[in-house]
Write a protein that binds this ligand. Structure first.
Ligand SMILES: NC(=O)c1ccc[n+]([C@@H]2O[C@H](COP(=O)([O-])OP(=O)(O)OC[C@H]3O[C@@H](n4cnc5c(N)ncnc54)[C@H](OP(=O)(O)O)[C@@H]3O)[C@@H](O)[C@H]2O)c1
Length: 261
């Protein structure tokens, strides 16, 4: 057994694929999300030889939910995977204020509070790993999904700062930055996109796991995503921003303005 991993948002998509990946590599799994039935299904579908997973249901959009999750886990957590996240498309001016709070509570506050809880404990043991699921959307402004991109820029920036703070301590922090990945969150979008732009959650999870084990600070899975980011790095930031702004205004990035379940 290689240690205990706590995976948030493990009931579907990238989180479920990460559960399978850690299960395959002999980690003891603690899986959390709100949907107990879906978590149970993920647990039952773990690769042969995986240890039995512990399931803890928690709503991480609430302070009480984060506290309850922490309280429900008795022993040390060797690997923390902050994966749970939600998406809002469209403009901040059109968003329901409550939906904004939900997104920030999950994408920003919950991962920060879980990291604040587990990181000092890892440092005290000189051992531990944190995998934060950000996004390629965190590298630049994305006017078609402003709030989501800003939340992922936060995850990326915090991960990079922490990774440098803990360098040489036996603890590492990795930001996993997937591009568009076929999950329940994107099911309604990806069918219209060219296949080469869409990753499978299993390949994202495999890349994230490898990067975590290697102690990499940033992992962008897939050559297409790496290429797009490299091209985006070439022109001045203002040009990239204006291009993405224009693209969203022209409807090149038409995405329904709705929260994806
Ligand atoms: N799919 C993509 O294209 C893509 C690209 C880049 C980054 N990402 C990031 O990857 C991560 C996983 O996304 P995904 O695409 O795999 O989405 P998904 O399939 O919708 O999974 C989201 C997970 O978060 C959990 N969750 C949602 N609200 C929660 C809450 N209030 N409390 C606790 N858990 C909650 C969901 O479980 P319950 O509903 O059971 O609570 C589910 O397990 C997110 O951080 C996302 O931003 C996704």
């Amino acid at each position: 057994m290689r240690g205990t991993v706590l995976i948030t948002g493990a009931s579907s998509g990238i989180g479920a694929a990460l559960a399978a990946e850690f299960g395959r590599h002999d980690f003891k799994l603690i899986l959390t999300a709100r949907n107990a039935v879906a978590l149970q299904q993920v647990s039952e579908a773990l690769p042969a030889g995986s240890q039995q997973a512990t399931i803890v249901t928690a709503d991480l959009e609430t302070t009480g939910g984060v506290d309850a999750l922490i309280e429900a886990i008795p022993g040390p957590v060797d690997v923390l995977v902050n994966n749970a996240g939600s998406v809002l498309y469209g403009s901040l001016s059109d968003q329901d204020p409550e939906e904004i709070e939900h997104l920030l509570a999950l994408n920003v506050v919950a991962m920060t509070r879980l990291t604040r809880h587990y990181l000092p404990r890892m440092l005290a043991r000189n051992s531990g790993m944190i995998l934060n699921v950000a996004s390629v959307a965190g590298f630049q402004a994305v006017p078609a999904m402003d709030l989501y991109a800003a939340s992922k820029a936060y995850v990326l920036s915090l991960s990079e700062s922490l990774a440098e703070q803990v360098r040489g301590t036996g603890v590492s922090v990795t930001a996993l930055c997937p591009g568009i990945t076929k999950t329940p969150a994107t099911d309604h979008l990806v069918d219209d996109l060219p296949e080469f732009l869409v990753s499978a959650p299993e390949s994202v999870a495999e890349a994230g796991f490898k990067a975590l084990m290697a102690g990499d600070v940033i992992c962008v899975p897939g050559r297409v995503n790496q290429g797009l980011l490299a091209v985006g790095d070439l022109p001045p930031r203002a040009i990239v921003r204006r291009t993405l702004g224009l693209a969203s205004k022209l409807g090149a990035l038409i995405i329904p303005s709705q929260k994806v379940p």
